[in-house]
Ligand binder design. Structure first.
Ligand SMILES: Nc1ncnc2c1ncn2[C@@H]1O[C@H](COP(=O)(O)OP(=O)(O)O)[C@@H](O)[C@H]1O
Ligand SMILES: [Mg+2]
Length: 228
């Protein structure tokens, strides 16, 4: 591949297979997955429940390893580098968002947003966290715990946390899955607009067709394979 194309690649998945071994049986969760995702691209991953969407995001975040095949992130093979290096890449470059928010329950909104900056030794983390929370209209909730926030507010804090350290990509697993219509729109716009503003990739799993339409491209999974 020529250098110019390589520069544009954020992810390259090369013949990925993922099996889980359960009760002596191999379950084929992902089969022969091949695709490239470029920098500054917004991609929706869709497919029925159980088709392998979450497993695919787990592989792309480096939290899970493929059984066979390679995943390149910025031309680095995630299966060939040390676990510490994968963790460093995830901490510094990948913003993760989940359906269930997963905020730290004993931390306030502000502390949740500061947390990834602290582990990345980013300076002025308090000032930056305050700015992000203001930007997304949650300054008035900065001293509240997650349990004191609505679902929509919790997901916006989770987004603030995921973008606080300027990641190169956001991976989001059904980010609006637990939200009502109004918050679905709010959270969708927040993610899409942020991705355009920072020119970073957004890879999201969703069942929401409104959000799918806001993406540049769709990858459809069917029973662990890409459906064309
Ligand atoms: N840790 C695991 N062990 C065994 N099977 C798993 C595990 N995680 C997921 N699976 C199975 O893999 C398939 C795909 O799951 P998943 O990636 O969560 O799908 P989706 O997110 O599309 O609903 C399902 O059949 C699921 O039961
Ligand atoms: Mg899932």
């Amino acid at each position: 591949m020529n250098k110019r194309l390589e520069m544009k690649n954020l992810y390259k998945l090369d013949n990925i297979h993922l099996n889980y071994h359960v009760n002596g049986n191999d379950i084929k969760v992902l089969k022969n997955i091949n695709f490239v995702i470029n920098k500054n691209e917004r991609v929706a991953i869709i497919g029925e429940s159980g088709s392998g969407k979450t497993s695919l995001l787990m592989l792309m975040s480096g939290l899970e390893k493929p059984t066979t095949g390679s995943i390149f992130f910025n031309n680095e093979n995630l299966s060939k580098i040390s676990e510490e290096k994968v963790t460093q890449i995830r901490r510094k470059k990948i913003g993760l968002i989940f359906q269930q928010f997963y905020l730290l329950p004993n931390y306030t909104s502000l502390e949740n947003v500061m947390f990834p900056m602290q582990i990345n030794n980013i300076k002025n983390e308090k000032k930056k966290a305050n700015l992000i929370l203001s930007d997304i209209g949650l300054a008035h909730r900065k001293n509240n715990l997650p349990s004191e926030l609505s679902g929509g507010e919790q997901q916006r804090v989770a987004i603030a946390r995921a973008i606080s350290f300027n990641p190169e990509v956001i991976l989001a697993d059904e980010p609006t899955g637990n939200l009502d219509e109004k918050n679905t729109e709010l959270v969708s716009d927040l993610l899409i607009n942020y991705s355009f503003k920072k020119k970073i990739s957004l890879i999201l799993v969703t069942h929401n067709m409104g959000l799918v339409k806001k993406c540049d491209r769709v990858i459809k999974l069917f029973d662990g394979s890409i459906k064309v």
